[in-house]
Design a protein around this ligand. Structure first.
Ligand code: FAD
Length: 440
């Protein structure tokens, strides 16, 4: 009987177990996770913070689902791995032997290394405990300062706002999420926040956090400005948790290096999810996704391969649907380039391929607060961002994911004032009609 050990009870770890069980009903599975909570939805934390989602809805699997997976769940932290001996050690002192091991330990928020970061009231949003803490603090807090330029920072701003906390949002540059959004899109988001009462501070960096009796009392910016607050929240990027792998002699770069079967350089050791750095044939480089969908898919492939298959993972075209200042936003493929000034390292939703693709030509269309931007390559659409009205999303998703030839409409798309929406929809519908005819 095979002994499988999965480290990390996030989406990559759980998907691996689900895939494992489809093939191997009897192998012994041990899941080791260091969080007090069972598997929950990290993307759901944003909606939990705003109060739109009750905590119980964060947990995708029922007690019965877990029972059916037939696993041993240890709440512990893995402190070392010995790949040669096929053994690992927990913080409890216990050691475990494995035949196949999956490292799915995710990524953690970068810390804010400035004076005062140990004061009560300094928070991040990495996990459910963090979200609970923000909610607890928001009950009494009157003012908050949020630092960071990506999705998580915005999610914290919106959560605090929904809980009646007056919020300052500090941006290092002139725009929000500059490695993905262009100036207009950033402007739309920030304008909506300002309308809701958020005070946005541009070109502002925090120098230190001011305290009073061990608690946050305010912040001081580099240009000497002081803002009073009871909460200081930061979201300045994430970093894959590679220390365990590094110490075990596994090959790492920014993440744990894996081949397209999610195998590391050590035999019988796999890695998946936010911690894994996967080779991407599309860009010819290894990349980290930091997204829920790819973590789930990688987990599945790793799980199958741990059970003896030879399944291949191919990195999908980046795709994310999120909500920015109450605007549903679909981001797909290549939409941004350049260096992000607000985040350190990789941003969630920023797949590095967005910066590595050949020059693309942007065609844009604005109507009301909805916005569409598409990036047109030589024969295909390379990316799109759709803010607000999502009626075009399905067609764009299909055209981009399937790399559909758009030569027939390319020139018209690029003409000034082109009716983008109808050109795209017509092309999509014609394709579907043609597909339907082929099927009959
Ligand atoms: C607030 C927030 C919002 C997000 N929103 C979105 C979104 O809208 N869309 C999207 O695509 N993605 C989103 N993400 C990112 C997404 O959640 C991650 O890409 C995904 O959770 C990665 O899954 P994972 O299984 O690789 O890692 P994780 O979910 O991070 O799970 C890893 C687990 O391993 C545990 N662990 C770490 N070290 C050890 C150890 N030594 N021993 C035992 N256990 C250990 C960790 O505590 C954690 O529980 C969001 C993330 C956050 C934090």
């Amino acid at each position: 009987m095979q002994r499988y050990v999965i480290v990390g009870s996030g989406v990559a770890g759980i998907s691996a177990i689900e895939a494992l069980r489809e093939t191997d009903r009897s192998g012994e599975i041990t899941l080791i996770g260091d969080e007090v909570h069972n598997y929950y939805s990290r993307p759901g934390l944003a909606y939990y913070l705003t109060g739109e989602l009750a905590e119980e809805y964060l947990f995708p699997l029922s007690r019965n689902d877990f029972k059916n997976l037939n696993l041993r769940h240890l709440q512990a932290r893995v402190v070392s791995i010995d790949p040669l001996e096929h053994r690992l050690r927990l913080n409890t002192g216990e050691t475990l032997n494995y035949d196949r091991l999956l490292i799915a330990v995710g990524a953690s928020a970068l810390s804010l290394n400035i004076p005062g970061n140990d004061l009560a009231g300094v928070v991040k949003l990495d996990n459910l405990e963090d979200a609970r803490q923000i909610i607890r603090l928001a009950r009494k807090a009157r003012r908050a300062v949020v630092v960071g330029g990506g999705i998580t920072a915005l999610e914290i701003v919106e959560g605090l706002l929904a809980r009646g906390v007056r919020t300052h949002f500090l941006l290092r540059g002139e725009t929000y999420w500059s490695n993905v959004l262009d100036q207009v899109e950033s402007g739309i988001v920030l304008h909506k926040l300002q309308e809701e009462g958020v005070q946005v501070h541009f070109n502002t960096e925090i120098e230190k956090i001011l305290g009073n009796r061990g608690k946050v009392a305010g912040i001081q910016t580099r240009d000497g400005q002081r803002l009073a607050c009871d909460i200081l929240a930061y979201a300045i990027g994430v970093r894959p948790r590679i220390q365990l792998a590094q110490a075990s002699g596994l090959k790492t770069n920014r993440g744990i290096l894996v081949d397209n079967q999610l195998r590391t350089n050590a035999s019988d050791v796999f890695a998946a999810g936010d911690v894994a750095e996967v080779y991407d044939p599309f860009s010819g480089r290894s990349v980290i996704d930091s997204l829920w969908g790819p973590a789930r898919d990688q987990g599945r492939i790793a799980g199958k391969n741990m059970a003896g298959a030879s399944a291949h993972y191919s990195k999908p075209i980046p795709f994310n649907v999120t909500r920015l200042a109450n605007l549903t936003t679909m981001i797909i493929g290549t939409v941004g380039k350049g260096v992000d000034h607000d985040l350190v390292g990789i941003a969630r939703g920023d797949s590095e391929t967005w910066r590595q693709l050949p020059e693309a030509i942007a065609a844009q269309s604005d109507f009301d607060v909805n916005r569409l931007r598409i990036l047109v390559g030589q024969r295909t659409l390379l990316g799109a961002i759709v803010m607000g009205d999502q009626s075009l999303s399905k067609a764009l998703h299909h055209l981009i994911i399937n790399k559909v030839d758009i030569s027939a409409i390319r020139d018209r798309l690029l003409q000034a004032g082109a009716p983008l929406a109808s050109l795209i929809t017509d092309h999509y519908l014609k394709l579907r009609e043609a597909d339907a005819r082929t099927l009959h």
